[in-house]
Design a protein around this ligand. Structure first.
Ligand code: ZN
Length: 334
């Protein structure tokens, strides 16, 4: 009697080799930097690359550009003696603590005063120069985006965990597949040899049938394992879709990749005023304040993108650059 060889395909080649792990790992979500051209001295929002770990999706949304409004200030002599300054109106929707705001103003003041080796600002309730925090869609969107970014961070972490699980799953699948194919080849060769010899005797037939059944069970275990791994892949891709949606939401909210005005030094009703519209955190607030307070001293923009007095603050930090110091010398002679 002839034995039937076990010839079933283990799994379609696509299934094993094509783990749909083709994540779009590095999509560039950044729209081309649009220049709204609304203001001459604009503070463009900086596309901030967000690492999505293994996925490496770039979220080019949240940078904020500092728009600082330069402005021909009156020609005061602010450097001769400390320029009085005070907090004016602060929209409560900023949710900023009064001490935090004062600290940010102090940091901004210190950066100039330290360079001048003399105090250039002093807080005074009678000061003409006021600092107002004006709340509108810019800060509202900033806060909303912050929440979305937290969601993205959580999803990215989950995806990284999943990726490690997937790596292990793929390795074990491959080992199981190799073992099954080896056992199958051995069995089929033996079946062929027995059949070529005229067939198996009853006892031999029974033994080989049992081995064939074990091969069937081995194949079933392998396919079940592959199904589990593919389920991980599906979860991975679902998370990726969620991340992409969140990124798209952020990139489409009007802040990402666009230039926005974060602050302005200008006269209001004849009084010098610093208006702050948007900041991502307290450090960012201090930077925008330093820029606008620089204008209050009469300091102009410079072309160093890392400078406090760069018209675009995307690459700036609260550290004076040579061009800032030169601007301070030009304005104050110090
Ligand atoms: Zn400016």
């Amino acid at each position: 009697m002839n034995l039937n060889s076990v010839r079933e395909q283990l799994v379609p080649a696509d299934c094993l080799s094509g783990f749909p792990l083709t994540l779009n790992t590095s999509p560039n979500f950044c729209p081309p930097g649009a220049d709204t051209g609304r203001v001459e001295n604009r503070h463009r929002r900086i596309p901030v690359p967000m690492r999505i770990n293994l996925a490496r999706a770039l979220l080019c949304a949240m940078g904020a550009l500092v728009l600082v409004g330069a402005f021909p200030a009156r020609e005061p002599q602010p450097c001769v003696e400390p320029l009085p300054i005070r907090i004016g109106s602060v929209d409560p929707r900023f949710g900023i603590d009064a001490d935090d705001l004062s600290a940010a103003i102090g940091q901004a003041s210190d950066v100039w005063s330290t360079a001048a080796h003399r105090p250039l600002f002093r807080v005074s309730p009678d000061a003409e120069l006021t600092i107002n925090l004006i709340y509108d869609w810019r800060q509202k969107t900033t806060v909303k985006d912050r929440g979305l970014k937290k969601q993205i961070d959580t999803l990215v972490a989950a995806m990284a965990t999943l990726d490690r699980e997937l790596d292990r799953g793929k390795a074990s699948t491959e080992a199981m597949r190799r073992a099954y194919e080896r056992d199958l080849a051995d069995y089929n060769a033996e079946v062929q040899a027995v059949n070529d010899a005229g067939g198996a005797a009853a006892g031999q037939y029974h033994d080989m049938e049992l081995r064939g059944q074990e091969l069937d069970a081995q194949r079933a275990r392998l396919n079940a394992h592959v199904a589990r791994v593919n389920a991980l892949v599906d979860r991975h891709n679902d998370i990726k879709i969620q991340i992409d949606r969140l990124v798209s939401t952020i990139n489409g909210d009007g802040l990402a990749g666009n230039e926005i005005r974060k602050g302005l030094y200008a006269p209001r009703n004849g009084h010098p005023t610093i208006e702050i519209y948007q900041f991502s955190d307290l450090a960012d607030l201090a930077l925008v304040l330093a820029h606008e307070m620089g204008h209050a001293l009469g300091i102009r923009h410079n072309d160093n993108p890392h400078a406090i007095m760069s018209p675009l603050l995307q690459d700036a930090s609260l550290v004076l650059k040579p061009q800032d110091r030169q601007g301070l010398r030009d304005a104050c002679g110090v």
